[in-house]
Design a binder for this molecule. Structure first.
Ligand code: SF4
Ligand code: SF4
Length: 99
């Protein structure tokens, strides 16, 4: 596998413990995708069996489609880090802030 080195914000905490990528409130996906044009939901969320083979890995934010967030530039997240959690039965980026 080819490797690339990228700077990207990280997910410091996620309280959606039912997600396959979640181990002890940390996200272990390689990178996640957030949002649509209206809401900053976690597109990578998947409920089901555990994905724990990379449990030392810290997830980055590969893309964010919520352009109305003040941290969004050109459909990329420019925050230092984000937290993800549940809000009214949806799994959302809790760092979201309207421009
Ligand atoms: S940030 Fe998204 S993909 Fe990662 S554990 Fe939380 S809900 Fe799952
Ligand atoms: S902080 Fe804003 S730009 Fe970054 S992932 Fe969350 S909603 Fe997207």
């Amino acid at each position: 596998m080819k490797k690339i080195c990228l700077e990207m914000p990280v997910v410091t905490k996620c309280t959606a413990n039912e997600c396959s990528y979640n181990v002890n409130s940390d996200c272990h996906a390689r990178a996640i995708t957030i949002g649509d044009s209206l809401k900053p939901g976690c597109d990578t969320f998947i409920e089901g069996s555990r994905h724990i083979s990379q449990s030392q890995q810290t997830a980055g934010i590969g893309a964010c489609k919520t352009a109305i967030c003040k941290f969004n530039e050109d459909l990329e997240c420019m925050a230092e880090s984000i937290q993800v959690g549940k809000l009214r039965n949806e799994v959302n980026c809790m760092t979201f802030a309207l421009r």
